[in-house]
Write a protein that binds this ligand. Structure first.
Ligand code: OXT
Ligand code: ADP
Ligand code: MG
Length: 578
């Protein structure tokens, strides 16, 4: 037995707030930080890199935050965004709120000014009561004041982000905390490894039985897969449930590919028909929000014509818009597993009249789409450009597709089939512009796969400066900007005849490709589908950062894309003038 004396305080190995934050993250398997450096967290990034973490520095915190959020979606581990105080924090907050809205786990860690000064409002450097501001916009918010509490603070943030319904968490770290010193061994002991951060939530057997009863009684059943189902990573069981039941399904946008879109039971091409005519709808990780017309109205057929089964981890989601006949509360893996077990081996497929009528509608829509896709328009319209990008994804199903814009989003969603889970990342629940480059960066960093980002020219502008980040880290990202000179369309006019352009217009003929070139990446300007295909193939084969400026007919789009019905118009506007 060693008889060595206890080291004196002077000799003891020491640690500090900086190192404790890094050690706490690493202990919990977090390998990457997305952020923007500055006071008081510059050294945190530097030291994290020195300690072997990947530190990805962005040009704007919102993009770093979006990267962290999608990292959380892709990995079920909270993505970390690191920002400076007040303005940096606020820039990151948009992404934190968006992550919470979309149920993506992320943690926004922000340095902050000194409590004593902030609370007395004495005008500290970047003074702001960040904790109070973050609270209503995220799932949970914590502040750590003592180095010895860093381990617990990080553990609480991780558990809050991923357990139950995932979401955004704010962790406030005042500047003084980073410099606090403590004995290293005590520091090590203060760290917490979160055991089972997202515990299985097993559904009640009676709820499973109720759901199966409702499903058995259906003549025209439908399954809706949402991004919660994609997040859950219960891919094999979800596919088994769909196939064993024989029930047609539609994927919400980010659930495309969870089962290949080309699957015979996929009814995406008969969306209106299945929503209106189904009698039982089972939602798996999808909410009855605006994207599903709140489960009511004309789109859903006559009132009272439907029963809903809803699988969700959040009990309060049930009956949010309409009555849920069979709420199945639990994690999707456990719920789907229990349903599969309860279905037994002799589950009857839905009546053939139902599946046949869906197939007939599908064929009609697919034929209509095929005739649009068949055109080789120059200047390109959305369909001629998207046809070649559809083929790119068909040939490279493991590439990740990032997509934002209005027409660029809506048309790409319909045209481009996805074949693998969690490969389509887009504007999500808020329809927010600006996710593009942040998502693209994190998607390739987290998965090692190439990214194809299809961006409206307006959408791209929200995060476009991050092409420098893409070049700096030499990431295999191919950005295709659908350049139609504006928001929705590029042919807006100022009705007064004045010099100012219409509010939806951009500089015509802009060359976004030159932005990429200026940072050392590859820029290509294309006007034809063949050139677009060649440029994208080359970009993905080479793995080099590439931006393709794809010229789209300014008159090809429609106002607000597929959601023009949500866009209020003044009844007083005269034709041709304000
Ligand atoms: O069944 P029917 O007959 O109805 O047919 C349907 C399907 O069955 C069929 N279909 C198919 N047919 C054949 N084959 C296949 N494979 C197939 N698949 C489907 O097609 C039809 C339609 O199907 P779909 O698409 O599934 O159904 P539908 O009815 O569209 O679904 C409804 C929705 C609501 C689920 C769907 O439309 C949806 O998911 N929409 C999301 C819309 C969205 O979020 N849009 C983004 C926001 S728009 C606006 O807000 C913008 N802004 C403002 C702004 C924002 N957002 N954020 C911030 C921070 N600031 C400002 C801005 C600035 S967009 C925008 C920029 C726009 O300009 P850009 O330059 O970027 O882009 P461009 O428009 O290109 O210029
Ligand atoms: P979409 O936009 O694709 O329709 P939503 O974001 O509206 O999807 O819905 C996702 C739903 O999935 C949320 O209600 C969320 O609570 C739920 N969810 C997320 N992860 C899980 C999980 N592991 N188990 C069960 N439900 C989940
Ligand atoms: Mg546009």
């Amino acid at each position: 037995m060693s008889t060595a004396p206890e080291p004196s305080v002077e000799e003891a190995e020491l640690t500090d707030g900086f190192h404790l934050v890094i050690d706490a993250l690493k202990l919990n398997g977090i390998k990457t930080i997305y952020g923007v450096p500055g006071i008081p967290i510059t050294d945190l990034g530097r030291l994290a890199q020195a300690e072997g973490m990947r530190v990805i520095s962005f040009r704007h915190e919102q993009n770093a935050g979006n990267a962290a959020a999608i990292a959380g979606f892709l990995t079920k581990t909270p993505g970390i965004c690191l920002t400076v105080s007040a303005p940096g924090f606020l820039n990151g907050l948009v992404a934190l709120a968006n992550a919470t809205t979309n149920c993506f786990p992320m943690i926004l860690i922000s340095g902050s000014s000194e409590r004593e000064i902030v609370d007395l409002q004495q005008g500290d450097y970047e003074e702001m009561d960040q904790l109070a501001i973050a609270k209503p916009l995220c799932k949970a918010a914590f502040r750590v004041l003592h180095a010895a509490d860093i381990g617990i603070g990080v553990a609480r943030a991780i558990r809050a982000a991923v357990s139950g319904r995932p979401g955004g968490v704010y962790l406030d770290l005042p500047a003084k905390l980073f410099g606090q010193v403590m004995e290293a061994e005590a520091g090590r002991r203060s760290l917490v490894k979160v055991i089972d951060p997202a515990p299985a939530q097993i559904p009640a057997p009676s709820a499973v039985e109720r759901a199966l009863d409702v499903l058995r009684g259906a003549k025209k059943p439908l399954i809706i897969l949402g991004k919660g189902a994609a997040y859950a990573q219960a891919d094999d069981d979800i596919r088994a449930l769909v196939e064993k039941s024989g029930i047609p399904y539609i994927p919400m946008s980010m659930a495309k590919g969870l089962i290949p879109d080309t699957h015979p039971q996929c009814a995406a091409a008969a969306r209106s028909t299945v929503l209106a005519e189904s009698d039982v709808v089972m939602m798996i990780g999808a909410r009855l929000n605006w994207l599903l017309s709140h489960g009511k109205g004309r789109q859903w057929g006559p009132p009272g014509s439907k029963k809903f089964i809803q699988i969700d981890i959040e009990p309060r989601e049930m009956d949010s818009n309409v009555e849920i006949a069979a709420p199945l509360v639990g994690d999707i893996g456990s719920c789907v597993g229990a349903l599969l077990k309860g279905m037994g081996d002799d589950w009857a497929a839905p009546p053939v009249e139902w599946t046949q009528s869906i197939n007939a509608k599908k064929e009609q829509n697919i034929a209509r789409m095929a005739s649009r896709l068949g055109k080789n328009s120059i200047p390109m319209d959305y369909h001629s450009a998207l046809r070649v990008l559809r083929d790119v994804i068909r040939d490279r199903p493991d590439a990740i597709l990032v997509n934002e814009g209005a027409n660029t989003l809506d048309q790409a969603r319909g045209v481009i089939d996805m074949y693998q889970p969690r490969k389509r990342l887009d504007v999500g629940t808020w329809g927010v512009m600006g996710i593009g480059m942040g998502f693209a960066v994190a998607a390739t960093i987290e998965t090692g796969k190439p990214v194809l980002a299809i961006e409206g020219d307006s959408a791209f502008g929200f995060s476009g400066m991050e092409v420098e980040t893409i070049c700096r880290y030499n990431l295999p990202v191919c950005v295709v900007v659908f350049n139609n000179d504006g928001i929705y369309r590029g042919d807006g006019v100022n009705p007064t005849g004045g010099a100012d352009p219409a509010p939806t217009m951009f500089v015509p003929g802009s060359r976004y490709d030159r932005m990429m070139e200026s940072f050392g990446g590859v820029g290509v300007h294309v006007t034809t589908p063949d050139d677009l295909k060649r440029a994208v193939d080359q970009a993905i084969d080479s793995g080099r950062p590439t931006l393709i400026n794809a010229v789209i007919d300014p008159a090809a789009g429609s106002e607000s894309g597929n959601i023009g019905n949500l866009n209020p118009k003044s009844a007083l506007t005269k034709k041709g003038g304000a």
